[in-house]
Design a binder for this molecule. Sequence first.
Ligand code: HEM
Ligand code: HEM
Length: 216
Amino acid sequence: MPQEIEKYSKPTRILHWVHLVAFCLLFLTGLVLFIPQLGILAQDSWTRVIHRIAAVVFIVAPLIYIPMNWKATKRGIKLAFSWGADDIGWLQAAPRYYFLGDEKSMPPQGHMNTGQKMWWFMVIVFGIIFVITGLVMWFAKGAAPAAVFQWMVFVHDIAFIVTGTMLFLHIYLGVFHPLMASAWDTMVRGKVSAEYAKAHHGKWYEEVTKGKEVKS
Ligand code: HEM
Ligand code: HEM
């Protein structure tokens, strides 16, 4: 049995941290644009400039990552859109697991558990929504019909509220929840102990130990 197993490769971890910084800047500068009372902080439009610089980083980082890590990208996208009975089981067992520490009814999970898959799914879907609506707001102001522009702002705002809220849950589960103590290590060093992999990601552990796994 291996002592440790690689969960996220170095390029995947770099993409995560770059996206994290870009997203946090987009979120904070977006907040200033969103709440009129914070307008005082936006003097000289520096928030607009930072929002646009962070948006470029947010868009370019995956464009560099994807062609260089095509296999992992394909596997990741497939994972986000593959849902089965174990996911329903996870959703039913999750409240007892996260609030009471009851592991018995937790079905075995793959490389990402259902909750992580849900976040990953949102990152893909809302990431695309942010980019499309943001680019229209950036480059088609005046050119697009006013109603279309208003819709873009509205959808951008909804994406901001949904992902902003879920980000707090992502941070809580990834950093602070006692049962997920090794999660942080996964994104820093890329590795988890074999014990943690077996307990938290049983199906993935089986794939790795049988040599069927593709690295992500
Ligand atoms: C990734 C591509 C993105 C692009 C190209 C983009 C672009 C833009 C642009 C051009 C504006 C209008 C700014 C202005 O008034 O001058 C804007 C507003 C805004 N953005 Fe983004 N953005 C992106 C991602 C994000 C993300 C990830 C968030 C938050 C998590 C976010 C939150 C906001 C908010 C809250 C506003 C204010 C909208 C309003 O006026 O109600 N944006 N964005
Ligand atoms: C301060 C902010 C953040 C922290 C502390 C954080 C931390 C983490 C950690 C520890 C993991 C590993 C969890 C595991 O595999 O057990 C992770 C995974 C992940 N993170 Fe983040 N992250 C942050 C922001 C973000 C942002 C902004 C995005 C998207 C733009 C993102 C996307 C992901 C994805 C897709 C995964 C894999 C699925 C998952 O484990 O949920 N993260 N993050």
